[in-house]
Design a protein around this ligand. Sequence first.
Ligand code: PLP
Length: 395
Amino acid sequence: MRRVYLDNAATTPIRAEALEEMRAVYRDHFGNTASVHLFGREARSLLEKARAEIASSLGADPEEIVFTSGGTESDNMALKGVAWAMRDRGRHIITSSVEHHAVLHCCQALEREGFEVTYLPVDGHGRVDPEELKRSIRKDTILVSVMLANNETGVIQPLEEICLIARERGVLIHTDAVQAVGKIPLNLKRLKVDLLSVSGHKFHGPKGVGALFVRKGTPLEPLMHGGGHERGMRPGTVNLPSIAAMARSLSLAVKEMEENGGKMRELRRRLFQGIRERIDGIRVNGPNPDDPVPCLPNILNVSFPGAEGEALLMALDMEGIAVSTGSACSSGDVEPSHVLLAMGIPPEIARCGIRFSLGIQNTEEEIERVIEVLPGLVERIRSLAPRWVRNGTSE
Ligand SMILES: *Cc1c(COP(=O)(O)O)cnc(C)c1O
């Protein structure tokens, strides 16, 4: 059976060029970047080359890039780092209700430390209203954190407006750009965020490596203490093979953005059309390909009312097709996605949501296979569902 991987928002397969880079660095440049001898100096120079490459891909200066273990650490470093550095100036943070758990759970941890957090609501497409942000900023607000693109729906936030509002009022701004980097044009000379999170494995780079952009002059406390790596911001021997490979995959992602973006956008549209033609009563969560609302080229989130997302995910898995639901499993109960609920989608519809996320490796053939297989599975699950699920009502 041919397998079809449509869960690229969870992680992507590493691309050949990045894997080759990683092997080459492990083989030829294993030195510690902090060592003084030639092995160390060579490694150090590769590290700075990768830093410059990533900076240039993002429109940043090399000194503004700190390497981390991935998106989660970058988000933690940004939120806790600013909160701790600014705690004497204020204890209020603003974020959105549709952030990744790396941001939301970080905010909850900060609340337990005495910080106050405002969670901005979103509209039906999952977008924050900049006016709402204006109203929420207080004298003691120290940080706004709003993601660039959502990992469950692909919707893109009005971040330029958000930046203008925050900057005007002297509030720092962080964005989790993990899903957006390498997929939509991004230039930090124009987008005036102070901090931005990046993760290598979301753009066909290696796992367990990421970066945090920290604009010059941004106050930030380190999360960890140790040696002097990354200028004291992130101690610990740096993961040079992964960093070099991440730099390579990001450069390639930026270089091929138009071509790959166009290809994925086309496949996303085809998937949507196929589903809409063949399955009754579907509902797209977030922008559908015909909406003018800005959206990533690779994510399509669809509810099949009457067919639980978890059941459909497992049925698709039996066919070798990998997708995801946004739901979180807590103590055996399946909780519908907090993102879909925040968009005002009723729980019984949110529970039936499936996220299809494309990568640069996906083909038209694969999408046709999904369109072939899906209607039968949805029909079977709908016919097996208890009546209250079928009717889309609770009880
Ligand atoms: C995947 C993801 C993260 C976490 O990144 P890791 O590198 O897996 O820690 C954070 N934010 C968003 C939006 C993501 O999609």
